[in-house]
Design a protein around this ligand. Structure first.
Ligand code: FAD
Length: 423
């Protein structure tokens, strides 16, 4: 049970966000405790894509070699049309590593979570399970949390990394998760069970009308990871029981053979309805601060959700370390203000871009053909799409690079592209 022994930082939630922040702060010499409601620390789900803005931080933490040894470094990322199977555009990931200085890799979520868990243990983080937090309050010297079993705990600051359904978020705003009416099916299986040859040197994304399909390798290529995402007609019709396996099959019925052959491998006993929240620009309430999905749950189309959570902890720890006086005391108000000055705007950009990206991926009819023509014309070595996201994580608003705004399809010059009726 949580001891009465006060800590510098009390973290609620032991997901990738909570544990990575705990490690970042503990390696600065701070006393850190993590309260996790589950009976054990762990992650469900399958793969995660980790882009250079995150591998840069893993390198700074001294964890990159371990992460690389557990994951896969694919050679390319290829986007194809899910209906005709044709290639639309690609990223050369070796060149991407050359440009950004750090690799793009894919890893099993539980492996990445395990890396942070072991790192926390090495740094002496107090890791507490069976601790469900139900309330927060600021005190004269810090912040206090209440637990479901009646206990309480305190820290000089409290970081709420309690995910999409965050209790702490209610201190700041009375909002609800926004349903996208899309649902994700996942699968992670031994490669032998795939029943056919799959090219694991690439991260493959097929985009199609109201659906998309992602595929890559895990664990040195021993495992195949797949994600199948589609819009649920039952959700659009307002039915309670939406996103069911029958909907999965019909959503992918008109896709190319390559995609269709992956659908029978999907897990069918569990699926993830996809929610995000509208961006929130205030994350700090006195001595309590939000971090990770609690602050900025995205739609996953940018594959930046876990990465943003890891960046949050890195930024906060850097600001805390920079505001430590000779006697070791930290100006926490200053550190939290600096954190809040830079992270909400970055995450707002990712959240809104992820929504727009989803619309682009899921187009049908003429807009789909126009999108395909624009993507096929793209120079694969043009990094203006990714500079604002894969470059170094900004510590201040001045360091935040300008955002890349994709050309809105309705205003783009599409004359001469397929489907242009005047041509
Ligand atoms: P969570 O993982 O939700 O962790 C919250 C933790 O807090 C949990 O352990 C929970 O048990 C605990 N908790 C909750 N409430 C309480 C409480 N009251 N008291 C105590 N503990 C509590 N991101 C990427 O970067 N790359 C990807 O490729 C990617 N792919 C994705 C694919 C899919 C299909 C989905 C759905 C998401 C994907 N994401 C990806 C997003 C990523 O999974 C999340 O953004 C990330 O896991 C958030 O981490 P977190 O620690 O903030 O929250």
């Amino acid at each position: 049970p949580p001891s009465a022994n006060p800590v510098d930082v009390l973290i609620v939630g032991g997901g990738i966000g909570g544990l990575s922040a705990a490690y970042a702060l503990a390696r600065e010499g701070l006393r850190v405790r993590v309260l996790e409601r589950a009976g054990a620390f762990g992650e469900v789900g399958a793969g995660l894509q980790i882009a250079p803005n995150c591998t840069r931080i893993l390198h700074d933490y001294g964890l990159l070699d371990e992460v690389k040894s557990l994951g896969v470094l694919p050679r390319s990322m290829v986007m194809r049309d899910a209906v005709d199977g044709g290639e639309l555009t690609r990223l050369d990931l070796a060149d991407l590593e050359r440009v950004y200085g750090f690799p793009y890799l894919v890893i099993h979520r539980s492996d990445l979570h395990g890396v942070f868990l072991r790192a926390c243990r090495r740094e002496g983080v107090d890791l507490v399970t069976d601790a469900r937090v139900t309330g927060y309050e600021n005190t004269s010297s810090g912040a206090r949390v209440r637990l479901a079993d009646g206990r309480a705990d305190e820290g000089r600051i409290v970081i709420a990394a309690d995910g999409l359904h965050s209790v702490a978020r209610r201190l700041l705003i009375d909002d609800e998760p926004v349903s996208s009416s899309y649902v994700a099916y996942r699968a992670a299986l031994p490669i032998e069970d795939a029943g056919r040859d799959v090219d694991l040197s690439e991260v493959s994304v097929h985009v199609g009308p109201r659906c998309h399909f992602v595929r890559y390798g895990l664990r040195g290529g021993e495992m195949l990871n797949q994600v199948a995402v589609f819009q649920s007609p039952k959700a659009l019709a307002g039915e309670e029981d939406w996103g069911t396996p029958d909907e999965l099959d019909s959503a992918f019925a008109a896709t190319c053979p390559d995609v269709r052959s992956g659908i029978p491998l999907m897990w069918r006993d569990r699926w993830w309805r996809m929610y995000d929240r509208d961006p929130l620009m205030t994350w700090v309430h006195g001595n309590v601060a939000l971090l990770g999905d609690a602050a900025h749950p995205p739609l996953q189309y940018m594959a930046q959700g876990a990465i943003m959570a890891i960046e949050d902890g890195w930024v906060l720890a850097r600001h805390a370390a920079a505001r430590r006086a000779g006697d070791g005391a930290i100006d926490w108000q200053g550190a939290l203000a600096a954190y809040e000055a830079v992270r909400p705007e970055h995450c707002r950009r990712v959240l809104t871009t992820a929504r727009a990206w989803g619309e682009l991926w899921h187009l049908d009819g003429l807009p789909r053909l126009q999108r395909n023509a624009l993507l096929r014309a793209r120079d694969p070595y043009d990094y203006s799409f990714t500079d604002w996201i894969y470059g170094p994580t900004a510590l201040t608003p001045e360091e935040e690079p300008p955002m890349f705004t994709p050309i809105p399809l309705d205003t783009a010059d599409v004359s001469g592209l397929p489907g242009d009726t005047d041509a």
